[in-house]
Design a binder for this molecule. Structure first.
Ligand code: 5GP
Length: 115
């Protein structure tokens, strides 16, 4: 896949407000936050879209969700709640083709019926 801006963030070539990282996953604040807490959780491995996830990467995707759980607790939004979103391709409004989980919270979110 073509490299994205997120690969540069992983390599620290582009600045980002990193809130979590381990050997497989890194998370940083979205540059254009849609809520008081808006963090992007990405695998270090380059995977373009949800369509490209392989069965052997299921554990990696699970680790992204566990990272989100940890960050939500640290940000103090776990109890009130939050939203996890992965956009895919054109109809999903995906802009950056390196799989990422949006962690969005810190305010009352609207229902999905309008999206
Ligand atoms: P998508 O629409 O692909 O699901 O979401 C891409 C997200 O990446 C958007 O919310 C956008 O604001 C964010 N984003 C794009 N470029 C950058 C960047 O250079 N740094 C950070 N921190 N976020 C970015």
């Amino acid at each position: 896949m073509a490299e994205t801006i997120f690969s540069q963030i992983i390599r620290r070539e582009l600045p980002a407000d990193i809130v979590y990282e381990d050997d497989e996953v890194i998370a940083f604040r979205d540059i254009n936050p849609q809520a008081p807490v808006h963090v992007l959780i990405i695998p270090r491995e380059e995977i373009a879209t949800v369509n490209d996830i392989k069965p052997e990467q299921a554990e990696l995707i699970g680790k992204m969700v566990l990272a989100a759980q940890k960050i939500a607790a640290e940000e103090g939004i776990a109890e009130d709640g939050f939203r996890l979103v992965i956009n895919c391709n054109r109809h999903g409004c995906q802009e950056v083709f390196h799989v990422h989980l949006h962690l969005i919270g810190g305010r009352q979110l609207r229902g999905l019926s309008s999206s």
